[in-house]
Design a binder for this molecule. Structure first.
Ligand code: CTP
Ligand code: MG
Length: 234
């Protein structure tokens, strides 16, 4: 990366966590005494290539956010929209002077620095890069009755952070039709004609989507902590 490189992170945390259910959105649940969103923010902020971490939060979640973030010094949060893409667009609009951006789901608290390394390296040669995990299970179509098996070679589970040249992803999002859903940013970049590299993802990066995923994220976090320090959570 050249001297003019200025990589920032954008964490989207404006969702309601409807599939997990309950009153407290999943990004504010605590793992090891620290909110899920704070784990995601800290992993990005700790990486030497990332100059700043911007966060998009839900309207009415200001207090939850400031409690979760505590004394961390971050730019003022941006209020998100009704869809993830809406939230991303609002977040991108608040960022100035970035050459590249890593867009990350707050609901992925386990973010290994090695994945960020791979993304940043891939940005040297591509306008976009995403972490992907090859699908390991047999895939099949079906209703309640088994249909055709889908060949799984060349199929990936796509994760975040997703890394892009800043101007390219902004223009791509503006060109995407407003009435069409986008579950991630890479499909938006690709639709605008950009080549997006796939780098190895990590099982740790799994998103908290359903209630049972919180316990899995907690176990993985504790295992990482023990591997690093020899100590688990209190
Ligand atoms: N997100 C967002 N703004 C939205 C919707 C989602 O910033 N309007 C964020 C979520 O906070 C999450 C990430 O996008 O960090 C991935 O979305 P998802 O896992 O779908 O989270 P939720 O939308 O909160 O969950 P659900 O779909 O179950 O309601
Ligand atoms: Mg959602």
């Amino acid at each position: 990366m050249t001297r003019s490189t200025h990589i920032v992170a954008l964490v989207v945390a404006a969702g309601k966590g409807e599939r997990v259910g309950g009153d407290l959105p999943k990004q504010y649940w605590k793992i090891g005494g620290k909110a899920v969103i704070a784990h995601a923010v800290d992993a990005l902020a700790a990486h030497p290539a990332i100059a700043a971490v911007h966060v998009v939060i839900g309207a009415g979640q200001e207090e939850l956010y400031s409690k979760a973030i505590g004394t961390r010094l971050l730019p003022a949060p941006v209020i998100g929209g009704a869809s993830r893409r809406d939230s991303v667009l609002r977040g991108l609009a608040a960022i100035e002077g970035a050459s590249h951006v890593l867009i990350h789901d707050a609901a992925r608290p386990n973010l290994p620095g090695a994945v960020i390394d791979r993304l940043v390296e891939a940005l040297e040669h591509h306008p976009g890069a995403i972490p992907g995990l090859p699908v390991a299970d047999t895939l099949a179509r079906g209703t309640d009755i088994l249909g055709d098996v889908v060949p799984r070679d060349q199929l990936y589970r796509v994760q975040t952070p997703q890394a892009f040249q800043f101007d390219a992803i902004v223009a791509a999002h503006r060109a995407w039709p407003d009435d069409r859903e986008a579950t991630d940013d890479a499909q938006v970049a690709r639709a605008a004609g950009h080549r997006v590299a796939i780098v190895p993802g990590d099982a740790l990066l799994a998103k908290i989507t359903f209630g049972e995923d919180i316990a899995v994220a907690e176990q993985r976090m504790a295992a990482r902590m023990i591997a690093r320090t020899g100590l688990g959570f209190d």
